[in-house]
Design a protein around this ligand. Structure first.
Ligand code: UT7
Length: 345
């Protein structure tokens, strides 16, 4: 595609990228833990059925990290694969950003723990919290460091050990979530394009729809808080569902508008993998065909900040996305937060 016909050329924000410095995704990687927890396993733990979970969510199984495997371990494994795919070594990395709601501990950041595990000794490191929307937030922030010429190589990770904050006695939530991590290497590459645009949004007025009450400054851990099960996530499913469909559609449409392209130009849509019915509703409203959507939630469940990062890696690995294809990522999560990004792979 010639520079003047490239969609980014007509987009004021992306045009700046085009004429200035470009930010490419030079490699992606993901890791999901070995242990598989099936719907049949869950039938033995809470009052649920494979039929209910499959028909209401599309999820058949999810991966659960081992007791001695933490968010930083999952993130480091995904990062190592992304580094290998990008053909870089750890000492080239200038910055590590980890998006997560399940850090190994409140501090230090999981990004610092990943930095140590992969040996990225030159890199600065910090965590970012935007719940399930975290990977797009992290991509956009990572890109800003490249565009501003502050850094040449940024490692962006979405990683979660959600099994550590899921209430395994609450059938409303425990069937939905899984563990895993995905990573991307962002670098300046002349004459190639990665992130063409990213939309980010938030609405703190609806923070009570999906949250974890305990463990922060408002409600530190006490015997009472543990007994009251305040250290587990809570969700109002139906309201969250409605907000997810609305916000994901609006964000996706805004991202397409900024690139001056319509949905038919998108080779692959990678939506947040929370619920098959949400994905179908979003695709329908965007006028997308079912074939355009990449879905892996039947194997992974909802992995929050890792969700679209894992899906992007699996879509590339399976050949669904080829270099040069336009890809639409669209996310939604607690906060509320949402986002969408158009990337040229
Ligand atoms: O990643 C962040 C974003 N997350 C999301 O976007 C998730 C959004 N929400 C959802 O995906 C769906 O709302 C759920 C999958 C969580 C629930 O589906 P739903 O169709 O909205 O079901 P519901 O909450 O209206 O519950 C229907 C019934 C209830 O029973 P009653 O009150 O009608 O008798 C629930 O108690 O289903 C019951 N139920 C279950 N039954 C069997 C809830 N969970 C289960 C279960 N097994 N696991």
């Amino acid at each position: 595609m010639s520079p003047t016909t490239h969609p980014s050329f007509r987009n004021p924000r992306a045009r700046h990228n085009f004429l200035g410095r470009t930010c490419s995704i030079t490699g992606v990687g993901s890791y999901i833990p070995e242990r598989v927890l099936t719907n049949a396993d869950l039938e033995k733990m809470v009052s649920t059925t494979d039929e209910w979970i499959t028909s209401r969510t599309g999820i058949k199984e999810r991966r659960i990290a081992a007791a001695n495997e933490f968010t930083s371990d999952l993130g480091a494994k995904a990062a190592q694969k992304a580094m290998a795919n990008a053909g870089i070594t750890a000492d080239q990395i200038d910055l590590v950003i980890v998006a997560t709601i399940t850090p190994d501990m409140p501090f230090p950041s999981t990004a610092c723990l990943v930095q140590r595990k992969i040996g990225a000794t030159r890199a600065a490191a910090f965590d970012l919290e935007a719940a399930c929307s975290g990977f797009i937030y992290a991509l956009e922030i990572g890109q800003q460091f490249i565009m501003s010429r502050t850094y040449d190589t940024v490692l962006v990770i979405g990683a979660e050990k959600l099994s550590s904050i899921v209430d395994w006695e609450d059938r409303n939530t425990c069937v939905l979530f899984g563990d895993g991590a995905g990573a991307a290497i962002l670098q300046n590459r002349p004459n190639s394009h990665g992130l063409l645009t990213a939309v980010m949004g938030a609405d703190g007025n609806k923070s009570e729809l999906l949250f974890m009450p305990g463990g922060g400054s408002k409600c530190p851990a006490t015997h009472d808080s543990v007994n009251a099960r305040l250290h587990y996530l809570r969700m109002e499913g139906k309201e969250t569902f409605k907000n997810a469909v609305q916000a994901m559609c609006t964000a996706a449409q805004e991202a397409l508008r900024r690139c001056e392209i319509d949905i038919t130009r998108i080779k692959c849509i990678i939506p947040h993998q929370a619920n098959r019915r949400i994905i179908d509703a979003v695709a329908d409203r965007l006028g997308a065909t079912p074939e355009q959507c990449f879905i892996n939630l039947h194997h992974t469940g909802n992995t929050s900040a890792a969700s679209v990062a894992i899906a992007l890696d699996q879509a590339i690995e399976s050949g669904r996305i080829q270099r040069g294809d336009l890809v639409l990522l669209v996310v939604f999560g607690a906060g509320l937060t949402w986002g969408a990004a158009v990337i040229e792979w």
